[in-house]
Design a protein around this ligand. Structure first.
Ligand SMILES: NC(=O)c1ccc[n+]([C@@H]2O[C@H](COP(=O)([O-])OP(=O)(O)OC[C@H]3O[C@@H](n4cnc5c(N)ncnc54)[C@H](O)[C@@H]3O)[C@@H](O)[C@H]2O)c1
Length: 276
């Protein structure tokens, strides 16, 4: 077989969680460009309708977008049946991409991003999306993949699923230690945890034809302030952040038969940051 055919996703049905965000749109483009059908689950109604309109205008493609909170099992189950009603089959590819990017109040007396002040309800909220939601979707869609003896589950981790955050990146002049913002503990735990989930599923359903891998991308440039950009690029051997569309080819590789013998692995793509 010609190797380029391995990247073709004709007759593949993909579900992407948190697909209406910055990278979800890129994942969707990659998969549609490879002829897949794509269904987006996201909690944000307006982002979903913008996304639907974008793919209709730019790709002449009617994609199914469903407003779903992936922390709610009954909502995922309902989405699964709506998908079946439309396509007469269940998805054979799942991308666990949803996560919360927490914002902490600036100028607040108590800096809640810091471990000393980190609140349990914030921990529970982020874990419920980034880990519990990924587990629930893997369970609910993975069952059908295993029954069908065909499936791919791709978990979106991060370079910070492989290394610790460098808190010096977030330091601001003129603030005391207690006032400095940090990358929250939840980010590390969720991104390392999703790599654990990947290894678990990769061995659990391997004999049922379901592969599971993780993708660990570095930060994407999204108009970050110059000061942050300079600091972060000093930590990256390639001296730059990723461009927004730069992960599309990896997503396609990981979802398609091009990666048919890859299972339980984490693909790092971070300009070399995690090897320094
Ligand atoms: N952007 C980056 O630089 C970067 C780098 C490394 C890893 N990542 C990871 O890539 C993934 C996508 O990142 P992004 O930059 O597109 O983030 P984003 O915030 O733009 O998108 C995340 C999406 O998840 C959705 N979401 C949140 N809670 C949900 C819930 N309960 N149910 C359903 N959907 C929910 C949001 O509405 C949003 O559309 C995340 O897992 C992120 O951690 C991003």
């Amino acid at each position: 077989m010609n190797v380029s055919n391995l990247f073709d996703l004709k007759n593949n049905l993909v579900v992407i969680t948190g697909g209406a965000g910055l990278l979800g749109k890129q994942h969707t483009e990659a998969l549609i460009e490879a002829n897949a059908e794509v269904v987006i689950l996201d909690i944000c109604k307006t982002a979903l309708s913008d996304l639907k309109e974008y793919f209709f205008l730019e790709y002449q493609k009617e994609i199914l977008t469903l407003e779903v909170d992936i922390t709610k099992e009954e909502q995922i189950l309902k989405a699964k049946e709506l998908i079946f009603d439309k396509y007469n089959k269940y998805p054979n590819i799942l991308i666990n991409n949803a996560a919360i990017d927490p914002k902490f109040e600036k100028n607040s007396k108590v800096n809640k991003s810091r471990l000393e002040n980190f609140e349990l309800n914030q921990w529970n909220l982020e874990i419920s999306v980034g880990l519990s939601g990924a587990m629930l979707c893997s369970k609910i869609f993975g069952i059908e993949m295993a029954k069908n003896s065909r499936g791919v589950i791709l978990n979106i981790a991060s370079d910070l699923g492989v290394i610790a955050p460098d808190q010096r990146l977030y330091k601001q002049d003129g603030l005391s230690d207690e006032e400095q913002n940090v990358k929250p503990v939840t980010y590390s735990v969720i991104k390392h945890g999703i790599i654990g989930l990947t290894k678990y599923i990769a061995t659990y359903w391997a004999d049922k034809g379901v592969r599971c891998n993780a993708f660990a991308p570095g930060g994407v440039f999204n108009n970050h302030p110059d000061e942050f950009l300079e600091k972060v690029t000093n930590l990256i051997p390639m001296k730059r952040m990723a461009n927004v569309g730069e992960y599309k080819s990896s997503i396609l590789f990981l979802c398609s038969d091009a990666s048919s013998y890859m299972n339980g692995a984490t693909l790092n793509m971070d300009g070399g940051r995690s090897v320094w």
